[in-house]
Design a protein around this ligand. Structure first.
Ligand SMILES: NC(=O)c1ccc[n+]([C@@H]2O[C@H](COP(=O)([O-])OP(=O)(O)OC[C@H]3O[C@@H](n4cnc5c(N)ncnc54)[C@H](OP(=O)(O)O)[C@@H]3O)[C@@H](O)[C@H]2O)c1
Length: 403
């Protein structure tokens, strides 16, 4: 018997609600709450039709701690799965502490007025969660999330010492919109327009946004131009696997996407500071979000697949070894299964798995943790069981240069 509160009714919330409802022996009672209740009701209807399960819905402004505490005291959940926006990480963690509820999210905290994402704000909650006997699991999506579990799996089963990690993320899907983002446009564009950053020889190195790129070949897809980005899991992986000499993250973008982004940046539409327009303050990026397609709306007729994995080089039994562990996910198949595109699906399924492991006690430790700090085996087994099968290739040549 468990009660789970899901916060956020976007593309990811839609998948989380469906996947939790598909495991009724663990998730016995579900409540979906978000800013717009009608979106929760539409998801609840979809869950009833697909899974035959009734879930409750509620309206919540997750920026307001007292509102969150009231909802939690009323519903009395064991766990909150937070799939609204990273801006709400800290208010939801505060409310969880006050109401005595475990916490899980898929993206680290970002202040609204500064495009800066790092774990320090949430790691600072470690003592308070530990003292309260509560657990917070950070970044249980795909990247961050599965990429951390893949890295822990590599350390446990393949290497004595991991030295180089390249996370490679390809979306080779076609949604036929001229320009759209696959998850929340505001968060996505803030991430991509930042300087690229990677870990090497014990310190961070920076490159200009989208300036470092090369073709990388993805399984079942072929070569795609891939851009070096800063991605939040690099921070926790560099800390939790200190043998890594270098850790980088690569993501594919089409020429069309880069061209649109370039123009939007040049004309100031990606700015996050307010601009006065006819007596009202408007944040250009928030306005842009309002006119772009919602991520969930891309799902119908989306074709092609995503491929995300970890390419690792290190040493085992005194000799060099490489490992490529990855998952490919097909947009049309996820649409058929839960009515969502693959980027929402690859985030929502690992959120459900992390929650399942917490509720069943397989992963349970008071404090604040990243996914790679736990035994990867049950998570890897559940990926195969719940729709994200993974593959691994040992000692294949990897497309990177090594010292
Ligand atoms: N780790 C990963 O692999 C990964 C990958 C993709 C996405 N993500 C994360 O997943 C999260 C959800 O992404 P998405 O694509 O589902 O985004 P989305 O479609 O934009 O959905 C966000 C949802 O949050 C709700 N929301 C926003 N502010 C709120 C507030 N103050 N109170 C209550 N609800 C609020 C929105 O409500 P409205 O409908 O009223 O706007 C919307 O339902 C994001 O944090 C994103 O960074 C993680």
């Amino acid at each position: 018997m468990s009660k789970t509160l899901i916060i956020g009714a976007g593309g990811v919330g839609h998948v989380v609600a469906n996947k939790c409802a598909s495991v009724p022996d663990v998730f016995t009672d579900l409540l979906l709450a978000s800013r717009t209740k009608s979106k929760c009701d539409a998801i609840a209807k979809d869950v009833k039709a697909r899974q035959g399960v009734d879930i409750g819905t509620a309206r919540i402004d997750a920026d307001q701690v007292p509102e969150l505490v009231r909802l939690m005291q009323d519903f009395k959940p064991d766990l909150v799965i937070h799939v609204a926006l990273p801006y709400q990480d800290l208010t939801i963690m505060d409310a969880c502490l006050e109401a005595g509820v475990h916490y899980l999210d898929t993206a680290n905290y970002e202040p609204v007025d500064e495009a800066k994402f790092e774990y320090s704000w949430q790691w600072a909650y470690r003592d308070r969660f530990e003292e309260a006997g509560l657990m917070a699991l950070l970044g249980s999506g795909f990247d961050p999330g599965v990429t951390g579990v893949f890295t822990a799996h590599a350390q446990k089963h393949h290497f004595d010492e991991m030295r180089y990690l390249d996370i490679v993320d390809c979306n080779a899907g076609d949604h036929s919109a001229a320009f759209a983002t696959n998850f929340n446009p505001e968060i996505n564009i803030r991430e991509i327009t930042q300087k690229g950053r990677y870990w090497e020889d014990g310190r961070w190195h920076e490159v200009e946004p989208l300036s470092a790129h090369k073709p990388i070949s993805y399984p079942g897809i072929g070569p795609r131009e891939s851009y070096l980005l800063y991605h939040e899991e690099l921070e926790s992986l560099a800390k939790n696997f200190p043998s890594l000499r270098r850790a980088r993250f690569w993501m594919t973008f089409s020429e069309e996407y880069i061209r649109h982004l370039d123009v939007l940046q040049r004309v100031g539409m990606t700015r996050i500071d307010p601009v006065r327009y006819e007596g009202v303050d408007i944040v250009p990026l928030q306005f842009l979000k309002a006119v772009l397609p919602a991520p969930a709306s891309l799902a119908e007729n989306y074709t092609g697949q995503t491929s995300i994995g970890c390419q690792i080089k290190g040493v085992k039994d005194g000799r060099d070894k490489t490992l490529y562990v990855y998952n490919n996910c097909d947009h049309a198949k996820t649409y058929e299964e839960v009515g969502a595109q693959a980027v929402s699906y690859t985030t929502g399924v690992p959120a459900m798995i992390g929650a399942k492991l917490m509720l069943t006690g397989a992963w349970k430790k008071p404090g604040v943790y990243n996914v790679e700090e736990f035994d990867p085996d049950p998570f890897m087994a559940d990926l195969n069981r719940h729709g994200l099968p993974w593959h691994e290739e040992v000692d294949v040549p990897l497309p990177h240069e090594y010292d």
